[in-house]
Design a protein around this ligand. Structure first.
Ligand SMILES: Cc1ncc(COP(=O)(O)O)c(C=O)c1O
Length: 331
């Protein structure tokens, strides 16, 4: 990636003159089975320009209650003037019935609803995967009600790899979508918003408004091209290491996890059985060089990615085991 970045042909992307960015955007659109794509600085920016392009200020957007766009992207409402309407999903997956319950009748007291956002894989639910039929059900329902669907597909290739399907089997059921070149695809920077031409023209305008128009952005895009062309297949290695991690954690008394629920590269487990809160547990792991984060009081999240090998998982498990023992002794 670094060599590709060093040697990439460059131009001014604000004027659409960067050949490497143009190549990346064409490649991304083709991979996702859509007309066009737009390079953004981050997944957050791609989601934001997508939501702005699919809606009007003051409208309501349906999101899963734990959606990244709602939970972690505070800019979403602050910048867009959109109103989030939350629907609790089953492990992050929405159903037509759930969405129906959140729809409001036309009434001047209510904001009109215009967009449904779905997240595949679902981060806070533990990297859970939407199947094509679940996605289609929501897409068909939304369209029948005159709503558009945006897919936060930050890790959409993980969802495809986990189901052994082409990613287009999932993206075909979204009017717009975004995916990240960073994360498992291993590029240092960047995400893409993807959709039809009119959508991308609008997203490009919003990206400029948000200060996301970059000049010689080919240095970023060069790594992104390698991410798409060479890094997708390796995601299955992350899923395999996540399984080893999950099974190892399951064997530690006091840790609650069901490895059959770990579908991709995100491993979520509960440490309440150890009598320690999540923050303290994470601090203890960090002291020994093992990175983790908390989702709630006792739910802990770990992610496997490029550079995390079997040895690293063994080390992480030995640290978890030692920490669990010490905690039990203290309690
Ligand atoms: C599901 C999901 N969507 C969007 C994002 C935002 O991506 P970024 O960190 O590049 O803004 C993330 C980041 O973790 C994510 O997990």
């Amino acid at each position: 990636m670094l060599e590709a970045m060093r040697t990439a042909p460059l131009g001014d992307d604000v004027y659409r003159e960067d050949p490497t960015v143009n190549r990346l955007e064409e490649l991304a659109a083709k991979k996702m089975g859509k007309d066009a794509a737009l390079l953004t600085t981050s997944g957050t920016q791609a989601n934001l320009v997508s939501a702005l392009s699919q809606t009007k200020r003051g409208e309501e957007v349906i999101l899963e209650a734990d959606a990244h766009m709602y939970y972690y992207e505070g800019t979403f409402s602050a910048v867009s003037g959109l109103i989030p309407r939350l629907v609790k999903g089953q492990r992050g997956i929405l159903t037509p019935k759930g969405i129906e319950s959140a729809l409001r009748p036309p009434d001047i007291h209510f904001p009109p609803t215009s967009l449904v956002c779905i997240e595949n894989t679902h981060n806070r639910a533990g990297g859970t995967v939407w199947t094509p039929s679940q996605t289609k059900a929501v897409f068909d329902f939304a369209h029948a009600r005159g709503l558009k669907v945006h897919m936060d597909g930050a890790r959409i290739f993980n969802a495809a790899i986990a189901q052994n399907i082409d990613v287009r089997e999932l993206t075909q059921f979204a009017d717009s979508m975004m995916f990240c070149l960073s994360k498992g695809l291993s590029a240092p920077i960047g995400s893409l918003a993807v959709g039809d031409r009119e959508f991308i023209d609008s997203a490009r305008r919003y990206r400029k408004m948000l200060g996301g128009g970059m000049r010689q952005a080919g240095v970023i895009a060069a790594a992104g091209i390698i991410a798409i062309e060479k890094m997708v297949d390796r995601l299955k290695d992350d899923h395999a290491t996540a399984q080893v991690l999950a099974k190892g954690l399951m064997s530690i008394e006091g840790i609650a996890i069901d490895p059959t629920q770990v579908q991709t590269n995100i491993v979520v487990y509960d440490v309440s059985g150890l009598g320690i809160d999540g923050e303290r547990w994470v601090d203890k792991l960090n002291e020994s060089g093992v990175k983790a984060g908390t989702l709630e009081a006792s739910r802990v999240r770990m992610v496997t990615h490029r550079g995390i090998e079997k040895d690293d998982i063994e080390y992480a498990l030995s640290v978890a085991e030692k920490t669990a023992e010490e905690t039990k002794k203290k309690n």
